[in-house]
Design a protein around this ligand. Sequence first.
Ligand code: ME8
Length: 650
Amino acid sequence: MKQTYYITTPIYYPSGNWHIGHCYTTVICDALARFHKLSGDDVFFLTGTDEHGQKVEKEALKRGITPREFIDPLVFELKDMWRLLDVEYDRFLRTTDEEHVACVQKIYQKLYESGDVYKSEYEGYYCTPCESFWTEAQLKDGKCPDCGREVVLQKEESYFFRLSKYAPALLEHYQKNPEFLQPKSRVNEMVNNFLKAGLQDLSISRTTVKWGVPLPFDPKHTAYVWIDALSNYISALGYGSDDDSLFRKYWPADLHMVGKEIVRFHAIIWPAVLMALGLPLPKQIYGHGWLLIGGEKLSKSKEAERPELTDPYELVKRYGADAVRYFLLREIPFGSDGEYTTERFLNRVNADLANDLGNLVSRTQAMIAQNFGNLPPRGAQEGTDGELIAVCEGAYGKVKAAMDALDAPAALSAIFALVSRANKYIDETTPWLLAKDPAKRERLGAVLYNLAEAVRIAAILLRPFLPRAAQAILQSFSCGESGFGALAFGTLAAGTPVTRIPPLFPRLDVKKELAAVAALNAKNASKTQSAPKVQSAPRPEKQEIDISDFEKVELKVGEVIACERVPKADKLLHETVRIGGETRSIVSGIAKYYTPEEMVGKRVVVVTNLKPVTLRGVLSEGMILCAEDENGGLALVSPERAMKSGGSVR
Ligand code: ME8
């Protein structure tokens, strides 16, 4: 029976300092979502951005721009990162989305009316990077016990949530639902350090932070950013809105996947809020470990001290999305921390992807092409054929059991056991010798058929993890769309066209790569380490014009660096355009004439001083010029020679 599966990542702070550690949560969720989709489940995979709060307000102020100007380019950059990594979410929620803001207000109103929220005064410490409150007793050496950074003493009027009231019910929920929080090691901390020690009521509004959701019953207060953020898991489904069909269909969530440092918010505060709203709790919260460098949590601020390649854009550019996904999904023992080094990454890619998988695919295809052209007939079983077939047939059960336990490394290990068995089968059957003896042609055909099936089955199983490589392999066996329904050994028919593909993962020269990475890091070291990659430059005050004032129009050359379709708007594309030193979000009505993939990399002419507008909820800060034919067909206007982005058009 088709089951619903609702999976969420945390929503990301628009910091811009993305590193490979950030990709971990979302890549795992993407693999899980793809696995469930291929299993026939009705999946809703949610991710997004956590855009309000003091941290963003301060960063924008520092740059002399509005919070919105600060976050918009970063949000597009994050979306671009997910696109590069082949993350296929069903919804990207921004906490600045109108529906989310309305939902947060409804939640506050409901809690206020039920008596779970009261006004008092907050006096205590606040950690801005973590956006969390602490008492003096909770501090570690006077610093934030979570991140070790400075805290500030805060005293202000605030609304409080009666968190203390929910401690007994939460404790009971933990006792009755051992699967609620995983891995088990995280339960002790929550139960012993927090629940049994007794909970304090939680300050849930700020008067000193303006960049937030105003409380409906007292608008000089804004919502505490963690309550705002956690609410995304239900606001994304339309909770409290006129159309809550998604909420009724998908809630409670099957899985909130989060990093271990934010388990406390998800496993105590969020369930208490849900209880107060009278809503069912998520079925499971999983607190995964961290990617470490030198035993410490990988973070961008320490990059200068740790000369490793941690930039996801650079990693994907050099080694491809599948290699990055594979490392994250295979190398880190699930639930625990795992060390990251560039060398470890390169060795893993070489050993498993270039050697084991890559060689198996290319040897199998080359031998079929050289000896038969198309796929030979299956033939009779002999020797170790039965062993290979048994491994192929048993692999799905192992992968499924591992994925049900959320253990991606175990799932990949089962698939690569199949790959290894197939490589061993080549050594056992020595097809290159069979090829020399015309009397053995039938046996050669049978061996190659068995290998082709092993490769095809491995590729289907790899689809959630290495979507690109899996697709390329399956297409080369003329079965690009195969899902889990096509796993039976013997599915491929004799005569199926088999095309050879270029090496999927060319072998990397580790020494050369490490030297290139060192050179790259040295080049970047001169730049400010903590500066976001894409920054909204403070825009000079400009007179905004209407299109009729054409003479005053400012035109510039831009480069499209990312592009996606605007959901539920079949004419619109949403481009991220680099114009000199700044990045803009632009919506254009050209979806009928260009695909998002075609747009990326195009040099275009942009009207840069047009009044910004929001189209279908997406900010448009300019207009891309097009030529129109007599039938209304559109073609982009581009400089005739390669011109630098940012150059003016006169
Ligand atoms: O926490 N290893 O957002 P965020 C593994 N906005 N995972 C890591 C990591 C590392 N070195 N560094 C970061 C927030 N992450 C809040 C969430 S949800 C209602 C609000 C993971 O941008 C981190 O554990 O700081 C988290 O899961 C994700 O990146 C986003 O972190």
